[in-house]
Design a protein around this ligand. Structure first.
Ligand code: OAD
Length: 247
């Protein structure tokens, strides 16, 4: 029987439009912990206490001191791994690829991917809750918590907290590409947070082949995914790219 790597390589190279939905798992091999499961961020911190917009607005200093500082320090050090690089190579090997990422680490762009929808925002930009002035990541000084604007206002990262809406333009475009793609790769997401987890369902309903890559099964595995390649994203993406080059 054809291996899943060969099958994925064939499906990807025959596709006119490819979409990849990525989650925290794709950045685990870059040293960024996932949210759920063993060693996950939500094991250490209660998301309702540290990742909900109401918690941030009530006490930004507490959220900055505990969750945002730690995450920003990890994200600032992280480098793209073989999975991010593999997706960037796919862009060169297959024609049209859009990445919908739930991650805020910017590693897809660092790897060279050019069409990235940051569904949950990013840590690259911050703005003042008072005057809306924007700051880039390198302008944020973590020596003082809470980081402040020159007007004295509190800065917030341009990520989406729980309780906030996905920006409508990102949601509309994600739904659009999901409904148009021939293949959707679902890499490193537990697929439990909506509306991101709905994108593979949209793709499948529109006739796409859904390929899931994850060491663990998810709610999509038996219901939505056409096939499941079990394992770590970096090694699997490397093998798929090698197979595509062989075709
Ligand atoms: P999760 O932490 O929920 O899931 C991470 C997934 O990655 C799990 O299914 C793991 O099995 C898998 N995984 C772990 N190591 C991996 C590896 N080396 N290669 C591939 N997969 C691996 O992360 P997300 O699904 O991204 O939202 O979480 C979705 C959202 O929930 C996040 O964007 C965040 C969070 O709360 C907000 O903060 C709004």
């Amino acid at each position: 029987m054809e291996s899943f790597f060969k099958r994925a390589a064939r499906d990807l190279s025959e596709a006119k439009i490819v979409v990849a939905l990525t989650g925290a798992g794709i950045s685990v091999e870059s040293g960024i912990p996932p949210f759920r499961g063993k060693g996950g961020i939500w094991e250490k911190f209660d998301p309702m206490e540290y990742a909900h917009i109401d918690a941030f607005m009530k006490n930004p200093g507490k959220v900055w001191a505990v969750l945002l500082k730690e995450m920003k320090e990890i994200v600032d050090q992280a480098q793209p791994n073989a999975a991010h690089l593999g997706l960037a190579k796919l862009e060169k090997l297959v024609k049209n690829i859009t990445i919908i990422t739930q991650n805020v680490d910017g590693l897809h762009q660092s790897a060279g991917s050019t069409d990235v929808i940051e569904f949950h925002g990013n840590f690259a930009w911050y703005h003042c809750l008072n005057c809306r002035r924007r700051y880039s990541c390198s302008q944020i000084d973590l020596a003082t918590i809470t980081p402040r604007c020159r007007c004295g206002g509190t800065l917030r990262p341009e990520c989406i907290f729980f309780g906030e809406l996905i920006p409508p333009d990102l949601l509309i475009r994600s739904r659009q590409v999901a409904s148009q793609c021939d293949v959707m790769l679902v890499i490193g997401t537990s697929a439990v947070v909506q509306p991101a987890a709905w994108m593979p369902v949209i793709a499948k309903d529109a006739g796409a082949t859904v390929i899931e890559i994850n060491p663990e099964s998810t709610p999509l595995t038996n219901e939505t995914s056409d096939y499941f390649i079990q394992g770590e994203a970096g090694q699997i993406m490397q093998k798929i790219v090698a197979e595509i080059k062989r075709l």
